[in-house]
Design a protein around this ligand. Structure first.
Ligand code: SF4
Length: 140
């Protein structure tokens, strides 16, 4: 019986989906090449859309701490227009966690510099929740 192909969840914007806050489509050849090398089945997701936010939408930033602090209630996510979107970010993260738990996910590839998905410069809300539950994360 052939070995099962790894199932890797991927930030949708890394795979050419127009889910970014500004609706732009970005190229991320490193991620695509890595998925091809691993012969992986990939499952795209966007926690901000899953949290109920529209596309396009105002850019948002972590305020008062990183994603782990947001999950602990010690920090917030606020748009550049001043709207508190913490609840949507938390809800989106929980949706992504539910997806990951429902599948035999091998790893999660995440978009850098995102208040949801990023691992750097600060861990985003979704990244923090996935890390807390032991998922293997990699940033592109
Ligand atoms: S929330 Fe994640 S998947 Fe969605 S646009 Fe931002 S970085 Fe990409």
């Amino acid at each position: 019986m052939p070995a099962a192909r790894p199932l890797i969840m991927v930030s949708g914007c890394l795979m050419g989906l127009g889910c970014r806050y500004d609706g732009q489509i970005i190229a991320a050849p490193d991620c695509g090449a890595e998925l091809a090398r691993l012969a992986a089945i990939w499952l795209p997701f966007c926690p901000e859309q899953l949290g109920g936010l529209a596309t396009p939408r105002p850019a948002a930033d972590l305020v008062g701490g990183d994603g782990a602090a947001v999950l602990a209630g010690r920090a917030r996510v606020v748009t550049r227009e001043g709207t508190d979107v913490t609840a949507a970010f938390r809800h989106g993260a929980e949706q992504v966690l539910a997806m990951a738990r429902a599948q035999a996910v091998t790893a999660v590839f995440l978009k850098a510099r995102s208040p949801s998905c990023g691992l750097t410069p600060a861990m985003g809300v979704t990244a923090a929740l996935l890390a807390r539950h032991g998922f293997r994360l990699r940033e592109f």
